[in-house]
Write a protein that binds this ligand. Sequence first.
Ligand SMILES: *[C@@H]1O[C@H](CO)[C@@H](O)[C@H](O)[C@H]1NC(C)=O
Ligand SMILES: *[C@@H]1O[C@H](CO)[C@@H](O)[C@H](O)[C@H]1NC(C)=O
Ligand SMILES: *[C@@H]1O[C@H](CO)[C@@H](O)[C@H](O)[C@H]1NC(C)=O
Length: 274
Amino acid sequence: MMGKLVFLVLFGMLCFFSRSLSANLERLMDNVVVLRVRDIDGSEVPVDISCGEAFEGHPVIWKKNDYIHCSTPNYRGSFNCHWTKKKIRSDASVLLVKGHRNQESVPCEVESSGSRMWCDDMNCPYKEEQHQISVTVYMSSMWRLEAYTKAFYLRDIVTPGRLPNLHFVKENNDDNNNSVFKWDYPESWQKPSSYFSLLFQVKVVARGETCHSEEHIRMNVTSQTEYTVDVKARRYVFCVRAQDKHTGGPWSHWSNCSMNSPNGGTPCEQRQTA
Ligand SMILES: *[C@@H]1O[C@H](CO)[C@@H](O)[C@H](O)[C@H]1NC(C)=O
Ligand SMILES: *[C@@H]1O[C@H](CO)[C@@H](O)[C@H](O)[C@H]1NC(C)=O
Ligand SMILES: *[C@@H]1O[C@H](CO)[C@@H](O)[C@H](O)[C@H]1NC(C)=O
């Protein structure tokens, strides 16, 4: 499932390595150095290190995985990642988290829960990203050190926040009883919205169905922050979600409200036409 490389960790004092090795060295922390060697499953490779007396060697397992999920509500550069310890290693403790992009370090901090981290990338929101960001979570458990990594472009994790102010107005028209649903861009979204535009997906589902339902009464996309619903049914649920229009990035959570259905979730708020 995952590419396995063998690493050697040295807990101990500052060590001195022969020059040829230094390219494969990564200083994790003051007293932890990781030395990358070829896959040596089952065999031993002598390494010239002078360290003083006290050091221990432990294997490190490097894993690429899908357990780390990163997201951010805009392009400003700060993002967060979370992982489920159960899926990774419940008994392991987070030793360190690290981030980098193209050799430059991206500062990250782990939350006290040990299952989330916050990072801050100095990103220019208007610039096309050239390099991926890579984050690594180092876990230690007994004698093992495991490193989980995830690499991505910021644009691939920018997820619009929930859409505020969802309400409807009635079209004042004898020929129909259409409802025009309106909402706003998320507060957290990058401004100006003329440049950072969103695409909205709207869905009308029957009362009792959820927004994830495949059984929709209407489904459509729009760039406007309003949509006219012309269905005969009096009771239905109106759902809307957003994605970055230009990158086609991740969809936001659904926002929804429920028409004429007192016990069917958040009622749709009616406002007067301006
Ligand atoms: C609109 O609603 C009114 C009152 O609820 C109803 O009398 C009328 O028939 C409806 N019109 C249409 C076109 O459905
Ligand atoms: C509407 O949103 C609320 C809050 O997120 C959620 O609990 C509920 O399940 C949603 N309703 C539908 C029909 O998806
Ligand atoms: C989709 O929405 C557009 C307006 O945004 C409308 O003109 C079109 O008729 C809709 N299509 C369907 C199938 O409802």
